[in-house]
Design a binder for this molecule. Structure first.
Ligand SMILES: Cc1ncc(C[n+]2csc(CCOP(=O)(O)OP(=O)(O)O)c2C)c(N)n1
Ligand SMILES: CC(=O)[C@@H](O)[C@H](O)COP(=O)(O)O
Ligand SMILES: [Mg+2]
Length: 646
């Protein structure tokens, strides 16, 4: 039946009784495709029927369907004519793992970060009404995403709306790990309440329909604040805010959901449809281990076991350091914003549950909460992905840096992240952290340095951030393990004329480039900066005197990054040295492998070599005389060329 689905209208042509079979075909398709490509499997297995029901009711692309986070929109992509693209899901040139307006007219809003869907949907609604347009707006938000503050700001704002706005709460009782906090308990209570009373749709609406009893009784119930009434009427929290509540509805029953969505379209005002789904449904390994299959690498279908065994990641090293730190440092506590597994705090959480805090998808709160922990005498280690820490920009400045509080930021996934693409690139942290007074920013070159930096950070004072990338950790350069001294860089190799100032993971890449260049008779100096802020000014000054050119290399946006700091410093100090910056150009970098992303941004070994070879004056004399130099510029791809011209 799946072959009949090639565009948004096709789902409406399938007879209703055949839809459950279609749902199973879609699940099989997803498991097969993702076993090869990897991707967000568990959430997508849970939203197959929900998506079918929504597509039966809505008219896309006229109606607007907004997926929160967007990691659960694979069935939506299949139903809107993109199933043939799944072989290249999240690969360079292939479809994104998230909704993209440039990919399809049926994608109404680009997502990737959590808890934005209600705000965006409400914006669409207000624009629709002001411009007298006629379309339905639906925001689909998960119970995990509903732990994010933005969702409440938007609900608060939506509550006095007089026209239709549908919010579907996709409740699978899971974030990446089990959902945490009060809202999770509240939703659990609603599920229990409905099971107890046997009520499957809106109680207040149902009562209103009873002649002679309805409205008065509903008003009385609405005014009552007793916990008994809360128990009897699921959704009272929303109803009290002026948002009609429908549900809970079985999120795998297409027929009932279709009916409820049709009802929801008739509500004049905001309406929440509470849908209960199962994360990982239909594939046993994902059902048993929904966190592990939240985002998966390619796996064997029979067992669910990953196809490729990887070396320890930077996150694994951080995880081990934190576990050991937990034993030795009783004041160290760990904070995550719903990413216990992702940031490697699971073992710490198991060993020191009272010193571990999962605050939900609430990065801004996590940081201010850590400020309080610090003032209370603890040493909080806040582990958040670089891209999500952007959410807490103001909190880091206002609540941590301004009070110069000792908070350690473990900034994971810093740099190019690969398959998640533009929404998740961690390429801004050196810029946004580097601009904050009092902040120390460090980046390790290898696993031992990450461990040493963590120890240094925990014993330091003031805010300290350590940034490290996604993926396999560098276990080379073990012989270079100088003690970490405040703000001091480490000279890896003394050469001449050119000095490469490399940051974090770029040190090993630059090391390879140096070896390559040495074979060509060029012998650059290589420095592991270690501290991006404050950086080693003494050394930079000394290198400026002894070299013609300083080349900075960082996996961060060019704007406001490390290179720009060096440039400004060189100007301020009137250093007679050329400064060149190698960094991520001023553009969003799409999904693909990290290797590809490094290539197109010029941040791979070859990119560094080519950049240095562009300077003919640094070539060995005999080579220039013999005119043996190849014109590297010609052999560069257009993208690389753009990059090297910067
Ligand atoms: C701001 C932000 N923080 C963290 C994440 C990482 N993240 C992606 S999905 C997810 C869990 C979402 O849970 P839910 O909305 O319930 O969807 P489910 O995975 O259960 O389908 C998290 C924490 C994110 N995308 N954005
Ligand atoms: C959708 C989302 O934001 C997360 O699931 C993210 O994709 C995880 O990324 P990692 O695979 O790097 O942990
Ligand atoms: Mg969920």
């Amino acid at each position: 039946m799946l072959e009949q689905i090639n565009g948004p209208e096709d789902i409406k042509r399938i007879p209703e009784q055949r839809l459950p079979q279609l749902a199973e075909e879609i699940r099989k398709f997803l498991v097969e495709k993702l076993s090869e490509t990897g991707g967000h499997l568990a959430s997508n297995l849970g939203t197959v029927e929900l998506t079918i029901a929504l597509h039966r009711v809505l008219n896309l692309p006229n109606d607007k369907l907004i997926w929160d986070v967007g990691h659960q929109a694979y069935t939506h992509k299949i139903l809107t004519g993109r199933k043939e693209e799944f072989d290249r899901l999240r690969m360079e040139g292939g479809i994104s793992g998230f909704p993209r307006r440039t990919e399809s007219a049926c994608d109404s809003f680009d997502t990737g970060h959590s808890s934005t869907s209600i705000s965006a949907g409400l914006g669409y609604v207000q624009a629709r009404d002001l411009k007298s347009k006629d379309y339905t707006v639906v925001s689909v938000i998960g119970d995990g995403a509903l732990t994010g503050g933005m969702a409440y700001e938007a609900l608060n704002n939506a509550s006095n709306l007089k026209t239709n706005f549908i919010i579907v709460l996709n409740d699978n009782n899971m974030s990446i790990s089990p959902s945490v906090g009060g809202i999770s308990s509240y939703l659990a209570e609603m599920r229990t309440a409905s099971a107890y009373t046997g009520l499957k749709t809106d109680v207040t609406t149902a009562l209103e329909k009873i002649p002679g009893v309805g409205k008065g009784m509903v008003d009385a119930i609405r005014k009552t604040k007793s916990s008994i009434k809360q128990f009897v009427i699921p959704g009272m929290f929303f109803e009290n805010m002026g948002i009609t509540y429908l549900g809970p509805v079985d999120g795998h029953d297409i027929k009932t959901m279709t009916r409820v969505f049709q009802d929801a379209r008739r509500v004049e005002g905001p309406v929440i449809v509470h849908v209960i789904t199962q994360k990982g449904r239909g594939y046993l390994p994902a059902l048993r281990h929904p966190s592990r299959f939240h985002g998966t690498s390619p796996f064997e279908i029979d067992t669910g076991i990953p196809k490729k065994h990887t070396k320890p990641t930077w996150t694994d090293i951080f995880s081990t350091v934190m576990r050991k730190m937990g034993d030795r440092e009783p004041d160290v506590v760990a904070v995550t914003a719903a990413m216990k597994e992702g940031v490697g705090l699971k073992r710490f959480a198991n060993m020191f549950p009272e010193r571990f805090f999962d605050v939900g998808i609430a990065e801004a709160h996590a940081v201010t909460f850590a400020a309080g922990l610090s003032l209370g005498g603890l040493i909080p280690v806040v582990a958040i992905y670089s891209t999500f820490l952007q959410r807490a920009f103001d909190q880091i400045i206002h609540d941590v840096c301004m009070q110069n509080l000792h908070v350690v930021f473990a900034v994971d996934r810093a740099g190019l992240v690969g398959a998640d693409g533009r929404t998740h690139q961690g390429v801004f942290d050196l810029s946004y952290l580097g601009m904050m007074p009092n902040m120390t920013v460090m980046a390790p070159k290898n696993i031992w340095e990450l461990s040493d930096m963590m120890k240094y950070a925990v014993h330091a004072s003031g805010p300290v951030a350590i940034r490290y990338p996604r993926g396999e950790a560098c276990d080379g350069m073990k012989e270079h393990r100088e003690r970490i001294e405040p703000h001091k860089a480490e000279v890896i190799h003394r050469g001449e004329k050119i000095a490469i100032l490399a940051v974090g993971n770029m040190v090993s890449t630059a090391g390879e480039a140096v070896r390559d260049l040495q074979r060509q008779g060029i012998n650059p100096t290589l420095v592991n900066m270690r501290f991006v802020k404050p950086f080693d000014k003494e050394l930079v000054k000394e290198l400026a005197l002894s070299h013609d050119c300083l080349i900075t290399v960082e996996e961060n946006a060019i704007s406001g990054g490390f290179g720009e700091q060096i440039l400004v410093y060189a100007e301020e100090e009137k250093l007679k040295v050329e400064v060149e910056i190698m960094a991520v150009p001023d553009q969003f970098v799409s999904h693909g492998s990290v290797k590809h992303q490094q290539e197109i941004t010029g941040l791979d070994t070859q990119g560094i070599v080519s950049r240095i070879l562009l300077h003919e004056r640094f070539h060995p004399k005999e080579k220039i005389d013999a005119k043996e130099c190849t014109n590297e510029e010609e052999s560069l791809s257009e993208e690389k060329l753009e990059n090297s011209k910067r």
